[in-house]
Design a protein around this ligand. Structure first.
Ligand SMILES: [Zn+2]
Length: 249
């Protein structure tokens, strides 16, 4: 049984061998209501029963509908979503479509990033690309100001820390977390409305550490920017070169 299905036990009782949810619906009735709200697809009593037993996981959309039907309060919703994320993290290779960015696109190494930038930007001098890269992109393995080295391993550590946050409050909201792979732009204090991609969870982890260690919003944002540069060196370099129009023949 995963953490999610354990947490779920809070919302139903077993009465004479039958499951009764908080709103009085049976397993069959609830799954029928969910099925209707999910566009007459995605769920049936056996799926719901397997979710309750921890044998499979809800998709994020299914969980949202489940929470709506049981009128679950926001704090509990946040916890349910976090537990679901954590179970997904612990079951590698079984991610729902919405969470597929968890499976990290390969971290590109410096030489490969430089090679592709040189190819993409033939009008820019190679030496300029190299020196800008050293200025903009954190060096692999270098210690950051939040006590974690810029390493692939840190990405997973940050995601885990973020999923385990007790409370996502206003302190963590409104940071600029615009990244190339998704449309999400600013952190929100409500976990359910998170983007759910691994990069953004990792950035919440950066902000949480920053809130404890750096305390100052400007410094925390700078730290967030460094991690974005580290995750997306090629795209960040391209943006910077375009913005500053380093078009040197
Ligand atoms: Zn995202």
């Amino acid at each position: 049984m995963g953490k999610f299905s354990q947490f779920l036990t809070k919302y139903y009782k077993k009465e004479v061998g039958k499951i009764v949810f908080e709103n009085g619906l049976s397993l069959n009735q609830l799954s029928l209501e969910m099925w209707e709200r999910l566009g007459c697809s995605q769920i049936d009593p056996s799926v719901l029963s397997r979710v309750m037993k921890g044998k499979r996981l809800f998709s994020f959309r299914q969980l949202r509908v489940f929470c709506d039907l049981l009128d679950i309060p926001q704090l509990d919703r946040n916890n349910l979503f976090k537990n679901l994320e954590e179970d997904y993290l612990n079951r590698c290779g079984e991610f729902p479509e919405e969470a597929e960015h968890y499976i990290l696109s390969e971290f590109i190494n410096k030489q490969d990033a430089l090679d592709s930038l040189v190819k993409m930007l033939p009008e820019v001098k190679t030496s300029l690309i190299q020196s800008l890269y050293d200025k903009l992109i954190p060096q692999e393995g270098k210690m950051s100001t939040i006590g974690l080295a810029f390493k692939k391993r840190s990405y997973y550590k940050l995601i885990k820390e973020s999923v385990r946050l007790k409370n996502i409050n206003d302190k963590l909201g409104s940071y600029n977390v615009k990244i190339p792979v998704c449309g999400f732009q600013r952190t929100v204090s409500n976990f359910e409305d998170n983007c759910n991609c691994g990069y953004h969870l990792a950035l919440y982890g950066v902000i949480e550490r920053g809130t404890k260690q750096l305390k100052n919003r400007v410094k925390i944002q700078q730290e967030v920017n460094k991690w974005i540069n580290y995750f997306f060196p090629v795209q960040r370099m391209q943006e910077s070169l375009n913005k500053n129009s380093y078009k040197i023949a």
